[in-house]
Design a protein. Structure first.
Length: 172
């Protein structure tokens, strides 16, 4: 365990300060995704049952008013399922941009070393190249994982909403 922690610290050092920012944004993104998956699997089914119960308590389901209430119930569930998804999507979009910021800051470091030592010292430039490439890779990898999880979550939300709509359409 200690060796793993040391390897992680070495990796973070190779990526510079921007990598710590990417780590923080990734941690926040995964925490929010975990909350959404928890809500989808634990709380949303209970909420669906409550809304279905409210719908079935109505005496009639065919009037214009009943259809508007039905649409409002669907919209309410859609809004609750959506929750903090816009924030998660912003975090996913930020990750590659933070990686690019790491690339730019690493290249500035490389150019600074080139200005001081000249163009022939590859060893001195290696740290700057590492600062330039590691954050880019980390930002992209975490963003791809985020895109996959957001897509999966949106698909599950749409499926739950469709099933809820079907249950509302059924008569008592």
């Amino acid at each position: 365990m200690e060796l793993l922690f040391e390897d992680l610290l070495r990796f973070m050092e190779r990526g510079g300060d921007i990598l710590w920012l990417i780590f923080l944004v990734a941690f926040l993104m995964f925490a929010l995704l975990l909350e959404r998956f928890w809500y989808l699997n634990r709380e949303a089914p209970k909420r669906c049952e409550t809304l279905l119960h409210d719908w079935h308590e109505r005496s009639e389901h065919r009037s214009w008013y009943a259809k508007q209430i039905r649409n409002a119930l669907i919209s309410e569930l859609r809004s609750e399922l959506q929750g903090i998804m816009p924030i998660i999507k912003v975090l996913v979009a930020m990750l590659p941009m933070l990686g690019l910021l790491g690339t730019v800051s690493g290249m500035i470091h490389v150019f600074d070393i080139m200005g001081v030592t000249g163009t022939g010292n590859a060893r001195a430039m290696a740290h700057g190249v590492s600062l330039a490439t590691v954050p880019t890779m980390a930002g992209m990898v975490v963003a791809v994982a985020g895109i996959f999880l957001v897509s999966r979550l949106e698909h599950s939300n749409a499926l739950m909403l469709s099933r809820f709509d079907d249950k509302l359409a059924q008569e008592k």
